[in-house]
Design a protein around this ligand. Sequence first.
Ligand code: NAP
Length: 282
Amino acid sequence: MIMSINGTTRIVGVIGSPVAHTASPAMHNAAYRALSLNYVYVPLLVAPADLRDGVAAIKTLHFAGINVTIPHKESIISLLDEVDPLAVEIGAVNTVVNQGGRLTGYNTDGNGFILALKAEKGVSPKGKRVTVLGAGGSAKAIAFSLAAEAEHIHIANRSTGRAAELAARLNRVRAGVAAAGPMEGEAFFSVLHQSDIVINTTPLGMAPDTSQCPLNQFDWVRPGQLVCDIIYKPAQTIFMAEAAARGAAVMGGAGMLAGQGILGFELFTGRNVPYDVMRKEI
Ligand code: NAP
């Protein structure tokens, strides 16, 4: 159910291809209802070849802003008037704010993950040793957001060159904060054992292939660790179940999705929304 729309309703949307399965409209419209804001949030199917026209339409139609999803998160950058430094580091934008015809891009994915850590587990990354499995787009977003506060970030990836490149870029932000290595071998499992927080950012275990798992041994898990998956379908992956069975706390990907939405909502409306209002829509 959408609230009543009138002549002063502000419009926000999500640009992507496909967009039919996105949870963002339900999350944002629930937040507008909860705060009685005169906004509406709509899905916007935009093919890659039409992205320039789609971005121009945001200005022409006076949208308050948009979220950006696959496959436009990188390609939209060159079409914006300004890009927040964190989004420049990450190399991807998931949120665009339209202020009087000037479009500014942000990336709220990594800070959304940190917001979820605090909201769902009462955990701050400050002083923590973190291992990130994967070195793709979401790993970059999470790692750059963690870089200011975490004690250390280990990037483990199938393609070790990609992990090394991300660690080197993190070390340019904060010298010595990051290291890189493969997702296998004795040294890797020792790093995992010493980590306070372990985050899977690979798609292994995501529906429909829910039988997959990024690791095939879990001897490294110990109570006191927080093991996270950013996959949100299914709500509990095999990776999370194996870690939970050995006494670790676990967190799935729905929190990150809610967190990035909440931070986007604040950028679009200038208002705060309680975490649970968006979280329960996923
Ligand atoms: P991406 O940029 O394509 O990166 C994928 C990463 O996974 C790469 O590091 C890749 O390693 C690794 N990988 C892929 N297949 C693998 C395999 N068979 N074995 C080992 N490693 C493998 O993807 P992304 O955009 O970061 O998204 C990754 C996952 O995060 C997806 O499941 C997505 O749904 C989820 N996600 C969740 C949220 C949320 O809000 N919860 C937000 C964004 C994404 P190589 O470098 O070796 O190829």
